[in-house]
Design a protein around this ligand. Sequence first.
Ligand SMILES: Nc1nc2c(c(=O)[nH]1)N[C@H]1C(S)=C(S)[C@@H](COP(=O)(O)O)O[C@H]1N2
Ligand SMILES: [Mo]
Length: 544
Amino acid sequence: MTAPSRQASPLTTVQKPRRKSLAAAGGVAALIAGLGLGELTAALTSIATSPTGSVGSVVIDLTPGWFKEFMISAVGTADKFVLVALIIVVASAVGAIAGVLELSRPPGGRAVLGGLAVVCAIAALSRAGAGLSSVLPAAVAWLVAALVLVFLVRRLRPGVAPATATRRRAAERGDAPTPAPAAESSIDRRRFLLYSAAAVVVGVAGGAMSRVAGAGARAAQSARSLLRLPAAAIPAPAVPAVPAGAALDVAGITPLVTANGDFYRIDTALAVPDVNPDDWSLTVNGMVEHPITITFAELLALPLTERAVTLACVSNVVGGDLIGNATWLGYPINELLARAKPAAGADMVLSRSVDGFTASTPLEALTDDRGALLAVGMNGEPLPFEHGFPVRMVVPGLYGYVSATKWVSEMTVTRFDRDTAYWTRNGWSPLGPIKTESRIDVPRNGEKVAAGMVTIAGVAWAQTRGIDKVEVRIDTEPWREATLARAISADTWVQWLYEWQATSGTHTLTVRATDSTGVTQTETQVGPVPDGATGWDRLTVNVG
Ligand SMILES: Nc1nc2c(c(=O)[nH]1)N[C@H]1C(S)=C(S)[C@@H](COP(=O)(O)O)O[C@H]1N2
Ligand SMILES: [Mo]
């Protein structure tokens, strides 16, 4: 064995241009490490927020149709592959630029990576059902990439290279000759490449693990995208769930039907459950004569009903937006329970989600003819993952926390004095009927409007009872009746408008609704706990 010669030492002299290319390589390595761990974070939290996936989806959305068609005709199903390759090329270029910049103008490289992270975060936020947590993968990716970049680029600075520092210290002590000028640029090139390779390995491992961790999610996703829901047996195709004339043509008013991507989302799930419909089943058990287990295929084979229902959250404040209206396709829960035959004395159904959430619903609300649904479709699509794919409950007239269990997997017939549910255990009322409410959508609070005819418009709701009257009050003038649009049904909100001859000055607008039982929305202001907020929606406008 011969000892390695001096020349083979990892300490080599690296010229400036070489340092630049090493920095570029380090930048790419840092980016790979960051992206890999960002992908892993996405796979472990939510499926829709992967930095590359969300950027890819946004690119797909923004690509003009003609170009998409051209791509598909030119490269066929390889279009996704081309997109991924393109993203890799662009990302590598950004990484290389970041590396060079971090060497020449720190913290320029970190800033460039930060810019890329912001793009990823915005892309993730733009996806349907995104929340603040959607930026987490991009944030993790940036943090990791920036740390690796700083670490690697520091090794390219002769001033701080440990070997040089030792030499300088030795020089200061005077027990070594002054270092040769060339040694100033000596860096541990082999070690640098080793660390860069390690960063690449970490990134690739993170990416690979994210594929494994996200496999279930992807299986569920592809099952959802392949799913073709059967047509509703009721209403017949000729009878639309949303009749003509139900939507008012007023700029800025809440749309009558809320698009799935705009539908409010409330749940306790940190990661959206990705349930594969092939693995899903619902069990009806507890105080029943005939326990039932039904698979997704069996559910779809039953005659389904389509019905518009306005869902509301008990946490919605007066004037708030935790409310949405959709057409739901599903199987009537009362028919399912009729097959199971609840025992005498039962008064509650405890529904359970695959993620452990529970809701306690009065048995009566699920067996009467209000039309509670075991829903599979939302506005003509399979349920979005965020809204309970593959199956959720929708019960007209009850706040979501006592009725609208998403990803539902079990319904236990029981009694209120035997069991409690997720929110009722936390001090919320066991009964959650939706209160009669109304909201002004236009004009906006604080808006400046021109004197003359101003349209005041909004929505009002009293699910299962229906709205009979909406009144508007300008300042302290008498209440004036608004015009109601045609209601879809008593289970949905109704749009209303009032044409106001506005005079200059500051004015206060107030709205109140009266339901079909003759109950007028109370002025008494209460917060959401324990059974829903009350009060009148009121706002101020400046008429110029
Ligand atoms: N599994 C599960 N289902 C749930 C919840 C939940 O936290 N987990 N939240 C409920 C609440 S409080 C409301 S208001 C509705 C909201 O439904 P959405 O997110 O589809 O609008 O879902 C209900 N179903
Ligand atoms: Mo809710």
